[in-house]
Design a binder for this molecule. Sequence first.
Ligand SMILES: *Cc1c(COP(=O)(O)O)cnc(C)c1O
Length: 427
Amino acid sequence: MQNQAIFETAKQYIPGGVNSPVRSFNSVGGTPFFTARAKDCYLFDSEGKQYIDYVCSWGANIVGHAHPEVISAVSAALENGFSYGTPTELEVEFARQITQLLPSIEKFRLVSSGTEAVMSAIRLARGYTRKKYIIKFNGCYHGHSDCLLIKAGSGLQTLGNPSSDGIPEEAVRHTLVLEYNDVAELEQAFKLYPDQIACVVVEPFAGNMNLVRPSAEFMTSMRRLCDEHNSVLIFDEVMTGFRVDLTCAQGLLNIQPDLTTLGKVIGGGMPLAGFGGKSAIMDYLAPLGGVYQAGTLSGNPIAVTAGLANLKLIQQPDFYVNLANTAQSLIDGLTELAHNRGFEFCADKVGGMFGFYFSSQIPQSFAEVKLANQDLFNRFFHLMLEDGVFFAPSMFEAGFVCAKHTPDVIERTLTAANKAFTKLSRG
Ligand SMILES: *Cc1c(COP(=O)(O)O)cnc(C)c1O
């Protein structure tokens, strides 16, 4: 069937035709394509059209779609049943490997989505500290639990409001929303609520407002303030974890958080996420402690099997060096082509995650991301899509490469981009 026809039917049976809003192309306009299958760095839609995929399941796909080693591990596991409601040795092995890869994690618990991981980490931080307030940053996304869906007020003095209907003001009353990279505001928040901040939750490289890097001072201040006030520092690495490096963002930034949330890459496309940290904090979780958290499908054997196969593949020599080189050649190429046509354009990358911006300077905050030219982005997106290159359908999303984006694939992407920039420059 044609994408348009499927979309019409989809809208009859699924709200907006999609199971997650960004998939509807709301921000760029037009009809989303419906994927029938994926292989390596490609998606194939219902009409058989091939796309070079820079969304990669929002970063989850890092080894390439339908990797033979992951398929054979999962196929073998399927024979043993899908879910037991008892613990498995697989989960123990998974947690062991995570603690070996990330020194900040002594104990780890599995859940099924990033939303659950962050929601649980925040409850744990509040239970552990016996404090109420949480700090988050404007433009960071931490899943769709109530207390995190909040838009900033104007400055610290005015409280934020829920960014979704259906969330009472009371649910976000203890969430403080600060500007990313604003050290003074962070200091001020701890001054205003010195003994009441349970945790600071942050994307250590932000990837949900396009890619935004933290300044060194921002991160070291955050660590210091949390230490001084006995607040828990939560790195939400659902996106950056094993995406920017094998040591994750915390390794690149050389800062140890108290709790880390992981998702996306750790399941390699399966519903698998988790959170972990020091035993002294993690042991507040039930059944040892009073913080309740549970899940029927948590640590699902098929998902964990896929995760383990994925973890093995990303530990191959030079995996992240190659990934970073791929992303670098993509953003260098795009920038050169855009500048040749006279566009204000810049780009950045961390490991296998990248961002490009129709603006003259790499943004440092959500406010700066918003200054980019949205109209140019949307037209560029559609021209690329027409030519079989799928970038994220919003200028507020980062992009991703996987191990199968070969130099030849990058070359073909840049050929398409050259055509797109040429058309754009003719208005
Ligand atoms: C994707 C994401 C989440 C939410 O994960 P889901 O699996 O979609 O619930 C949370 N935090 C960050 C940083 C993310 O990128």
